[in-house]
Write a protein that binds this ligand. Sequence first.
Ligand code: PEP
Ligand code: MG
Length: 747
Amino acid sequence: MSERTESESRKLLGRLRDALAEEAAGQERLDRITRLIATSMGTEVCSIYLFRDSETLELCATEGLRADAVHKTRMRVGEGLVGRVARSSRVINTDNAPAEKGFRFMPETGEEIYSSFCGIPIQRLGDNLGVLVVQSKDSRSYSADEVYALEVVAMVLAEMTELGAFVGEGAAMTARHQQPEIFRGTSGQEGAAEGRVWLHEPRVVVTNPVADDPEKETLRLGEAIEELRVGVDKMLATAARGDREQLDVLEAYRMFANSKGWMKRMEQDIARGLSAEAAVEKEQSAARKRMEQVTDAYLRERLHDLDDLSNRLLRILTGQGSETGAELPADPILVARNIGPGELLEYGRNLRGIVLEEGSVGSHAAIVARALAIPLVVHAERITTEALNGDHIMVDGDQGIAHLRPDDTVVAAFRDKIAMAAQAQERYASIRDKPATTLDGVTIGLHMNAGLMADLPSLAGSGAEGVGLFRTELQFLVQNKMPKRTELAALYSRVMDAAQGKRVVFRTLDIGSDKVLPYMAPQDEPNPALGWRAVRVALDKPGVMRMQLQALLRAAHGRPLTVMFPFIAQYDEYTASCAEMDKALERERILGHPLPASLEVGAMLETPSLGFAPQKFFEEVDFLSIGGNDLKQFFFAADRENERVRRRYDTLNVSFLTFLEGIVNRCISTNTPLSFCGEDAGRPIEALCLAAMGLRNLSMRPASIGPVKSLFRRVNLGEVRDVIIASRERGDQSVRPAVMEYLRNAG
Ligand code: PEP
Ligand code: MG
């Protein structure tokens, strides 16, 4: 970079800052800027085009073109050279504009044939806001230095556009962050919610893009980077050794924080007149642009890391921490790129809804959102850049859609949907204390799934008979270190207290596969779902299971206790687990602690193999619970986490139902209590077919109990069974169409 460039761009930016500092309304400011650029650069024309909507650009200020064309001349993205700059986000710099592809002569602007044209995209953090154009009659090509100066001006313009410096002067200038936007993602948890955006990591606002003392700015940047480095080193020192993913991120942070190239580029921008903050943001913008082009997942992750690091640096520089002074609204909808289960738990039930840019249906955050029954949308791309704190937002967890700043029609339709759901809830509340008895007199036990203390209030509210599945892994997942036995015992005891004598089935730790503990060495397995997980881990490394069994026995403190082992694939895994329980009981006896009044030890049937286990297994086991989520994935060999295949096979497929019926019959022959606790138990039609196949106990999310019970109370189960059998005999692949038709006819 030549000395001249630095001082030229600094001079230009200095004048720009002065122009901006003067009292002036939005339009006047823009006019001043175009005048200033034209004069400083010795060009006949300087114009600013801003996006009016996502497809149209509007001429918002000009020096050199006709003043009455301002706010009238519009063009579509891709149209003419200006439109091409907007579409490609690339600079077009030519000394022979008419010869350029896409050139369009616009006489309405009083445009003469200008030979030279330089168009610069106005962007902020990878978002296109408009185009800055200079034109002159003589056939000159703008030098790299001049282009750089214009790029910096465009960035400052972008910053001001974002800040609303031009608001109030024409639609184009107010458009940003005010228009309705729809984000189509994936449903992580059903339900509808309306509220105000609460950004988990608020955007940093740079109010001083231009600075006149480069030395001071360089010093500020240096100090901030040093603080950043110290912070990253601290995080690395305290990070959990076993968490490869977290370590990868922190290593990437450290690499970027120490990168000379990154620092140098930012110093160069400061030398050209930007403030330290603006220099960081310029680099961040460039990284975001690269991110859009990179398809490699690993590289994208690293660019994301750089983005995060830039945000941290901006927070240090501006002093705007996560605490921006903004107050959590009364009806917060959390918007974040991603969030950990622990952080989500801290917000707890305060949240009305959650929209994540990343995340996945099976992530821990999704598990927590489900446990808290908060509507969740994942994969809502770009939401964190588009949403501002306090924006009105509606979350459709059923469809996986978020409506940001919705217009009146969407609001009306959405409120109808919420009202209908509320009416349905009222209906469900009215049958809360009634049994799920079908018209032909069969009563199905409805229980709830839980995993958090926070779930327990639903036990009374939903009308569940008890907790059919208490997933104990959440306590292990949400903190960075192994929970202590005393902590677990206290928690389990509180759960039993809250259940007030109703049965709670505690499932021992089910880790591995998608559930990786942050403090345990992750296993690099080719096929984690088929790998070293759940009871396999527990039996090979029994320390944690022993601690957990002891905690459960202590928590029961003389009360009845029910424990279930996950993922039992063959008989000896059950007997080995029972042997651990016996040892734990013996230890407690020796220590003189009170033993449970009664103890049931069951197994989850999650692999097809267990359905064919020897008769003695069915005779010995105290009860069985079908984990339909896993059982179905193994039955059809279709990964439950894989969007491509997870919905490919219907639960109501005849083969699967017939298999389930076989398990039911074996349990009947041995008098083994049987329940079903996968997600399908909470889907009314599926629940109905499971009952028709002979299942008499279902465990589901508390919110599903009402709808499931409501359906049961209105059907004749014997008739549904006949429909299923007839459908099977006809050779249907799935019984769903036949059952649906029957229900429609039955009204
Ligand atoms: C299941 O597999 O159906 C089940 C209930 O367990 P999880 O979803 O926790 O694997
Ligand atoms: Mg399972």
